[in-house]
Design a protein around this ligand. Structure first.
Ligand code: GLN
Length: 205
């Protein structure tokens, strides 16, 4: 199974390393041709203004939107979540892909708390808290009908959502030693590929 990782800016190397550990083939996405044959897309953390600008510049926005609309699973982490959102507020909101029915606010935790770690209950990942690393993270302010919140901070702020096979987190699973979120995403991708007679992912760590 091939999984595309948008490799324009940000934590794409870390996502690629996790995919290698989980035994699937990562494909760096830099131009539309790279999208051929992938069963899922990861948009990494980084700077959403830069990532969206480069996505438009390299003509990736339209093919990515079409893929999401046709049911290809997406995982967006931090800036990646902002890129997927229907609407992004906060300072210098980027022009997003508008593929997920969530409204997010950039840099929601301010400067003092620009980076922190929190143990999160994420029921779709099973029992045991998930280590959430938040770096100048966004928050989900509201969701439309199709999207559900799958994790909240202890204070109640919504920090992860799912809509069909679209998955988005305000934190960075690619920077923590817990592979459950990537494993869950690959499960969604293998479900997608199974519908077309494909392969199930193998775990190698
Ligand atoms: N603050 C960044 C943005 O708005 C996101 C930071 C991150 O991905 N760690 O794009």
């Amino acid at each position: 199974m091939k999984i595309g990782v948008l490799a324009l800016q940000g934590t794409f190397m870390e996502h690629i390393a996790w995919l290698n550990r989980l035994g699937v083939e990562p494909v760096s996405i830099r131009q539309p041709e790279d999208l051929r044959g992938v069963s899922g897309i990861i948009i990494p953390g980084g700077e959403s203004t830069t990532i969206t600008h480069l996505m438009h510049y390299y003509r990736l926005s339209e093919p990515l939107k079409e893929m999401a609309e046709s049911g290809v699973p997406f995982l967006g982490t931090c800036a990646g979540m902002i890129c997927m959102a229907r609407e992004a507020g906060g300072s210098s909101p980027p022009v997003t892909l508008e593929i997920m029915d969530i409204k997010v606010r950039r840099n929601a935790f301010g400067r003092q708390r620009s980076s922190f770690e929190e143990r999160l209950e994420v029921p779709v990942l099973g029992k045991g808290p998930f280590p959430g690393l938040f770096i100048r993270a966004p928050v989900i302010e509201s969701t439309g009908e199709g999207a559900s919140i799958i994790a909240r901070l202890p204070g109640g702020a919504a920090v992860a959502a799912m809509q069909g096979s679209l998955l988005a987190t305000a934190f960075h699973p690619e920077l923590m030693e817990d592979l459950r979120l990537h494993r869950f995403f690959l499960y969604l991708c293998s479900g997608y590929i199974k519908r077309f007679g494909g392969i199930v992912c193998r775990e190698v760590d």
